[in-house]
Design a protein around this ligand. Structure first.
Ligand code: ZN
Length: 433
């Protein structure tokens, strides 16, 4: 690692080493306005603090340009800095904290192929991208920003946005994009528009501040869409069994909802799905923290929204432990609790034409849970397999298996498997196998 000497009178300098440069600890360059170098600069924050007049950094190599901050970020104070232009560079990597690039200097990043920004804030990312006509890969792991995320690029193929909080709007128009990874925490009013028709790989994580209400007592906490190799374990309670098989290249939609009596803002679930879906999915993974409430009516409402996603083949429902904290007692529904509305859900059905497999974990043996199983069976006319995992505290395994066995008799084309932890307690074999 080389040391860049300091001089009070330098206004411009050239440094001709390919080593990583560090400013000598006590030196300053108070008059420096232009710096030309072959190498990269370590600890940009300290460097910029000691070069208050620096306005232009030029790197002679056409390959890579990297700014790195070697110290941990401290405090919340940001230093405003102009972002210099690197017209001959193909790769720019800036990894600094407590730096806000407030203004772009003139010029075009005409050869830039990869741009990676970590820790810093770019006030005007949209304008920056408009000056990168060949940019193929963009990675932004910035600090929080209240600015909209606006990405318009005709060349971009990979886009990664790290944990991003407090932004108000996301607008992505990328006709060539194939990979999108994005993690956003924001309130329900965030505007999202994504146009990426060639998208192949998606990882989209959206968490909600304030957990808005989507159905009756149900609040949405997280929504994620990921492409992953999806494991289906034949033995639900024993995922290491040799019954595993792997379904490759599936997009999985994760919904995490919690039942609560609190009066948060309402969210139009259909609109939310519409704006967050950059692509379709074949697996729905639903986590429900029930707090003792019924969920059949909510499944029906979910199906009515999601039936347009005709590729959905697998439904996984994970019923989470839902005891009042400290009391050990499951909260009971109040009379006429809205969780059971609309009341007619037991006689309704929504045609889920491609649904082939359903797994439900955490059944406790309540009557409304058997009604929910019947609802799913009515909706999924081509269902091949139903796997039920009984909750460890279920009142009577014998009663549950008897009820499910009775249901299975009405659907002879479906393979039923019922487990209590570690044990298969019912296998009602399909007549088709
Ligand atoms: Zn209820």
């Amino acid at each position: 690692m080389g040391k860049l000497p300091g001089c009070d009178k330098w206004r411009a300098t050239f440094w001709g080493t390919t080593e990583l440069l560090m400013l000598q600890p006590v030196r300053e360059l108070p008059a420096l306005e232009r710096l030309t170098l072959n190498g990269n600069i370590a600890d940009l924050g300290t460097f910029l603090n000691r070069c208050p007049r620096l306005r232009l950094v030029t790197r002679l190599s056409p390959q890579e340009f990297a700014f790195m901050h070697l110290l941990d970020a401290q405090g919340t104070q940001y230093t405003n800095v102009d972002l210099p232009c690197f017209p001959r560079t193909t790769s720019v990597k800036i990894d600094v904290h407590n730096i806000c690039f407030t203004r772009l200097l003139d010029g075009e990043f005409s050869k830039l192929d990869r741009l990676s920004l970590t820790g810093c804030i770019i006030n005007d990312l949209g304008t920056l991208l408009s000056r990168c006509p060949r940019l193929r890969v963009l990675k932004v792991m910035t600090a929080m920003s209240r600015h909209d995320i606006k990405v318009h690029s005709a060349s971009l193929q990979e886009l990664v946005f790290g944990p991003h909080t407090e932004c108000r709007g996301i607008e992505i128009v990328t006709p060539m994009l194939k990979l999108l990874k994005m993690e956003v925490q924001a309130d329900k009013d965030i505007r999202v528009f994504i146009s990426a028709p060639l998208l192949e790989m998606v990882s989209w994580r959206r968490s909600y501040t304030g957990s808005p209400i989507v159905f009756g007592v149900w609040h949405l906490r997280n929504l994620s869409l990921e492409r992953r190799q999806f494991l289906r374990d034949k033995h639900l309670q024993n995922p290491s069994s040799d019954g595993q098989r792997m379904l490759a290249n599936n997009h999985v939609l994760f919904l995490d909802m919690c039942a609560s009596d609190s009066s948060d803002a309402e969210l139009d679930f259909a609109q939310e799905i519409q704006k967050n879906m950059a692509t379709d999915f074949s697996v729905l993974n639903l986590s429900l923290k029930t707090m003792g409430h019924a969920y059949g009516a909510t499944l029906l409402q979910l199906f009515s929204v999601l039936q347009v996603h005709s590729a959905m083949k697998i439904l996984k429902v994970n019923l989470l432990m839902s005891k009042k904290s400290g009391s050990g007692v499951t909260q009971a529904c109040s009379e006429n609790c809205p969780c059971d509305s609309p009341k007619i859900w037991r006689s309704q059905s929504i045609c889920m034409t491609h649904l082939e497999e359903v797994e439900i974990k955490g059944i406790k043996g309540e009557d409304h849970e058997f009604d929910a199983l019947k609802l799913i069976l009515k909706c999924a006319l081509l269902l091949k397999r139903m796997t039920v995992g009984l909750e460890i505290s279920v009142k009577s395994y014998r009663y549950c298996t008897k009820e499910i066995n009775n249901i299975s008799l009405e659907y002879p084309s479906v393979d039923f498997h019922v487990y209590r932890p570690g044990t298969l307690v019912l296998h009602a074999r399909s007549s088709c196998t």
